[in-house]
Structures are given as structure tokens and as C-alpha cells.
Design a protein around this ligand. Structure first.
Ligand code: ZN
Length: 176
């Protein structure tokens, strides 16, 4: 169990197409626990494996944001089955500290995945949960929420994003 460093925008791992999980090994179990620990530490509602530097198809979502008392849920090899409706609201990402912007997303989403117990499950989410399912699934395909922003909003944010990217690239350069 460990909190791992969160990779920031500009880190190339965030743009990788993540690989499917073929077997739930002890390493995968540890990765899931670390994802949950890291998400909680950062007070996020979702976190995808590439965000801690591992390009595999896993994310976790903290359902307590929507359903009180629920434990965080791990999604292994998730697929979006249905997505409809529309919502426009503020969205953020732990790889973009203190940055939120308006993103249009579907409002009702059904996803299926394998759980950490190896069994398949299906969830339907609305509102913030639908947004989280789409956001985290995007991460597994190297897609970031800024890619979903309107051209106008992206233009407004450009200076800030460029600065974050440059500072990440500098950090990566220093650390080898
Ligand atoms: Zn994110």
C-alpha cells in the first residue's frame, strides 16, 4: 500500500494507449490498492493507472462522492456500453492541479468492467458519476479532458497549460 506520485500534464505516459490486463496478478492487486490510496490522498474522485505511470487499462472511482458509504471501485478493462444525454459542467483532473474548466459530456453512462475479484460487473452512472466514467476511460486511451474542451476555452487556457507542460518536462529532464 502506497501513495505514488501523480504524473502531471506533459508526462508522455498520459498520452499512451494503455494495455489490457490479461490476468489479475499480485502486482495488479497492489496497483489497484495504490491507485485507491493515491486518489484518496489527493482527494480526487477518480484516478487512472497511467496517472501513476503504469499504462494498463485500470481506473478507480470513489463512489462515496455520489452514494454515501460505498467503497472505491476498481474498473479493470472497462468498456463504455451506452452514453446519452448531455451535461455541461466544471471538470478537473489530478494531472492538472487546481485547474477546472467547462466540458460537455454525456449525462447517463453505462460501463462494464472486471472487478478486483475477477468478476464482471456493470454500473450505470448519472451526473458526476457519468462524467467520471467517461473521463477515466479517456485516460486509458491517452485522451485528456483538455482534448474535450471547446476550441474557445482551450485558447483561453493555452498559456496556463503550456506553463504546466513545460514545468513537467523540466522535472522529467532533471530526474533522468
Ligand atoms: Zn484525469
Amino acid at each position: 500500500m502506497a501513495v505514488r506520485p501523480i504524473r502531471m500534464y506533459g508526462d508522455p505516459v498520459l498520452r499512451e494507449m494503455c494495455q489490457p490486463v490479461t490476468e489479475i496478478t499480485p502486482e495488479i492487486e497492489t496497483l489497484v490498492v495504490d491507485l485507491i490510496d493515491t486518489m484518496r490522498d489527493a482527494q480526487g474522485i477518480g484516478l487512472a493507472a497511467p496517472q501513476i505511470g503504469v499504462p494498463v487499462r485500470i481506473f478507480v472511482i470513489d463512489l462515496s462522492a455520489t452514494d454515501a458509504g460505498e467503497e472505491p471501485l476498481a474498473f479493470i478493462n472497462p468498456e463504455i456500453l451506452r452514453a446519452d444525454g448531455e451535461q455541461n459542467g466544471d471538470e478537473g483532473c489530478l494531472s492538472f492541479p487546481d485547474y477546472f474548466d467547462k466540458i460537455v459530456r454525456c449525462d447517463r453512462v453505462t460501463a462494464e468492467a472486471t472487478g478486483i475479484d475477477g468478476h464482471g460487473f456493470e454500473v450505470e452512472g448519472m451526473g458526476i458519476m457519468a462524467r467520471a466514467l467517461l473521463h477515466e476511460t479517456d485516460h486509458l486511451n491517452g485522451v485528456l479532458f483538455i482534448d474535450r474542451m471547446s476550441k474557445f476555452r482551450l485558447r483561453l487556457a493555452q498559456g496556463r497549460l503550456r506553463k504546466l507542460k513545460r514545468s513537467t518536462e523540466e522535472d522529467l529532464g532533471e530526474n533522468g
